[in-house]
Design a protein around this ligand. Structure first.
Ligand SMILES: Cc1cc2nc3c(=O)[nH]c(=O)nc-3n(C[C@H](O)[C@H](O)[C@H](O)COP(=O)(O)OP(=O)(O)OC[C@H]3O[C@@H](n4cnc5c(N)ncnc54)[C@H](O)[C@@H]3O)c2cc1C
Length: 428
């Protein structure tokens, strides 16, 4: 029988898996670390897949989480193109699809998720694209280079980034969004309106309240029938309607799965309902200390931060709790960053102008609650300003939003003054 033993088994060689392996070594973990991943390449960053990787000529080697040679240097073993089929959490055993058995002392599940699909639009079908992996991105890039038009189903971050890249490559792009505004769950209405303008200014046909009723895929292209009777046609289609967390194996192993968000439930240290089994990244659901409720986040920062928590718990060292959620998107020539989380009842204040005839737009929207804590901040081409506010936001320090929104006033002294009223906090 083909059996192997490891100290830590990491299932999933993606952002969280790779980061956790590195963090384990940073935290002094000395036993064997084995990362098993179903994809062929070494762990790579996914954010470029909808941005530079689509428009440029880059290859996976350009976007690796860690450089080639890193794993050897850190004694981190990888087993790629290998899938864990089942997990026995009591017996501390994993069974690979190949038939190999791996016993482990601790296990981290970092299996991410899969693109949500539309029935009848099978991944891999000619002219139909989903975007989750480097293989998806290279296939999409290839067809975008040969086509003149693309229909994009879904006006979330991914759909908008693909539309932005398509326009930069000279394709005509139509985005079909079911909601009545873009990014409605992530930004306030003013910001959605601003984005809508920037999207249409870039030449994208953005259709809100769109109901896709039928799909037709032919040798020469694709068509979508909308409620209301209109039919739209293009050379190709990208479906970007969200992610299904990859939790089937965890569920079969009896681990608790959140009934609402579908993630593997973990505690503050990222431990699942089974001792010695952790989960991190897009597949996990956790009570977030900033938000105060259980949530499954799909972001680069969350994958890295949860990986750090899990690695610290496994290595038995203390680490700081999660920071406020942070997300970024590059689209239509703008860098959008979001720190914190929208909740009902926030009042938004703006620092900077929505438009400026002489320069690129640069502004922040700060959402404060009744206690004058900033719980949600959106920065458009203002990442540097957002970084200065971060200590205030992470610590929920009350502030004067009116002074912060005076764009002529430097932020740093205002942040220092606000933090000084909370003696244990400092800003660098
Ligand atoms: C196109 C794209 C653009 C993005 N842009 C941004 C952005 O601009 N900003 C941002 O903050 N976030 C962005 N994200 C999100 C971010 O990349 C993810 O949140 C992050 O990759 C999640 O990391 P993860 O380790 O949880 O999952 P992943 O990185 O998906 O890794 C999971 C890995 O586990 C493997 N796996 C699954 N099941 C098994 C199994 N049974 N056995 C072995 N291996 C398995 C998978 O094949 C995969 O390789 C983007 C994502 C995509 C797809």
């Amino acid at each position: 029988m083909d059996t192997d033993h490891t100290g830590v088994l990491i299932i999933g060689a993606g952002q969280a898996g790779a980061t956790a392996a590195a963090a384990l070594r940073d935290f002094g973990y000395q036993d064997r670390i084995l990362v098993v991943g179903s994809e062929q390449p070494l762990p790579y960053e996914r954010p470029p897949l909808s941005k530079t990787m689509l428009s440029g000529s880059g290859a996976v080697a350009d976007i690796l989480v860690h450089p080639t040679g890193f794993h050897k240097e850190k004694s981190i073993e990888t087993l790629l193109e290998a899938e864990v089929a089942s997990l026995d959490v009591q017996g501390h055993t994993a069974l690979l699809k190949s038939g190999k058995t791996i016993t482990w002392q601790q296990c981290l599940i970092a299996t991410g998720g899969k693109a949500r699909t539309i029935a009848g639009l099978t991944p891999g079908t000619a002219h139909i694209h989903y975007l989750r992996t480097i293989a998806d991105a290279l296939r999409l890039r290839e067809e975008m280079r040969q086509c003149r038009s693309v229909l994009i189903v879904g006006g979330g971050f991914l759909g908008l980034e693909v539309a932005s890249t398509a326009r930069s490559m000279g394709l005509s792009a139509t985005v079909l969004e079911g909601a009545d505004r873009v990014l409605g769950r992530a930004v306030p209405p003013d910001m959605s309106a601003w984005l809508r303008q920037s999207i249409t200014d870039a030449g994208v046909d953005l259709q809100l309240n769109a109901r896709c009723e039928s799909f037709d895929v032919r040798a020469d292209g694709v068509s979508i029938g909308l409620a209301g009777g209109e039919t739209l046609s293009a050379d190709m289609m990208v479906v970007a309607i969200g992610l299904e967390p990859e939790v089937a194996m965890a569920s079969r192993a009896g681990l608790s799965i959140h009934s609402g968000n579908g993630g593997i439930c973990v505690d503050a240290q990222c431990m699942t309902s089974a001792p010695d089994v952790y989960a991190a990244g897009d597949c996990s659901s956790q009570t977030h200390p900033f938000i105060g409720s259980e949530i499954r986040l799909e972001s680069w920062q969350n994958a890295n931060e949860q990986a750090r928590l899990a690695a610290a718990a496994i290595a038995g060292v203390p680490t700081a709790p999660l920071n406020a959620p942070w997300f970024w998107s590059d689209q239509f020539g703008n860098n959008l960053q979001i720190l914190g989380m929208p909740v009902a009842g926030l009042r938004y204040h703006r620092r900077g102008e929505f438009s400026n005839p002489d320069t690129a737009p640069k502004f922040m929207l700060l959402g404060t609650n009744e206690a004058d804590q900033i719980l949600h901040a959106i920065a458009l081409n203002a990442g540097g300003d957002l970084r200065q506010l971060k200590p205030l936001i992470d610590s929920k320090t009350p502030c004067d939003p009116i002074s912060l929104c005076d764009a002529t006033a430097p932020l740093r002294p205002l942040v220092r003054a606000a933090l000084a009223r909370t003696p244990t906090l400092t800003v660098s």
